[in-house]
Design a protein around this ligand. Sequence first.
Ligand SMILES: C[S@@+](CC[C@H](N)C(=O)[O-])C[C@H]1O[C@@H](n2cnc3c(N)ncnc32)[C@H](O)[C@@H]1O
Length: 248
Amino acid sequence: MSLVDEYRRQAGWRAWSQAFAMLPSLHGQVVLDLGCGVGDLAAELVARGARVLGVDGNEELLAAARARGLPGAEFVQADLGALPDLGVAADGLWCSFAAAYFPDLPAVLGAWSRHLRPGVWAALTEIDDLFGHEPLLGRTRELLAGYARDALAAGRYDFHMGGKVRRHMERAGFTVERESALPDQEFSFAGPARPDVLDAWRARLARMQGLHGYCGQEYAALRDDFLGCLVRADHRSRARVVFCLARR
Ligand SMILES: C[S@@+](CC[C@H](N)C(=O)[O-])C[C@H]1O[C@@H](n2cnc3c(N)ncnc32)[C@H](O)[C@@H]1O
């Protein structure tokens, strides 16, 4: 399955209606969707009356987003870590599952804010503890924790960003109005994973080349333990999907 197809099927496992119910009216607003991927959330924003400027670094995902032909939506390629002038002063900022790529989020939020009008809203959604599933072998937990520590130290990804979004937004000058854990059928669930969700986790782990490199010969055992954990009747998640709505 291509990355585009992988991303498309993820949307059905999220509780986006709960997040959108917390947003102000979007009618006539210009909204930035940073890390827009294949445009699923842009489509939701457009359906609620917004004009959307989606930004992503991946041209293959952007092509899929453009192919939707969403009225009033435009999709551009750029590095979110160094946003060029987008030519808009937006009324809102949506960013889902992209904040973790920026461990120094307060600085990045400061730069993103230059594309927003004063007083407008920003909604960030991020996972806290993606690998937080139980029961796992002690060695699996050790490897996953070490890999997460390395990713953070290298400034590549913060696997605990969900729990820090509120603090980071406040440090960047935002006032947080709502923080809420969203149910999620892929990341945050109890009991055995559905077959399609298990499939997605298998594909996700296969995509994580950095994890392969970190685990070396232990990768296959880690993968099998992790996937085995997800189908157990006593499986439980510590992982949370955190939604934060703020103003600045
Ligand atoms: C996990 S996906 C989330 C997609 C979508 N927002 C969603 O909620 O399903 C993260 C997205 O962020 C994009 N991304 C990550 N780092 C980026 C960067 N430095 N510049 C631009 N896009 C980036 C990826 O290409 C990907 O589309």
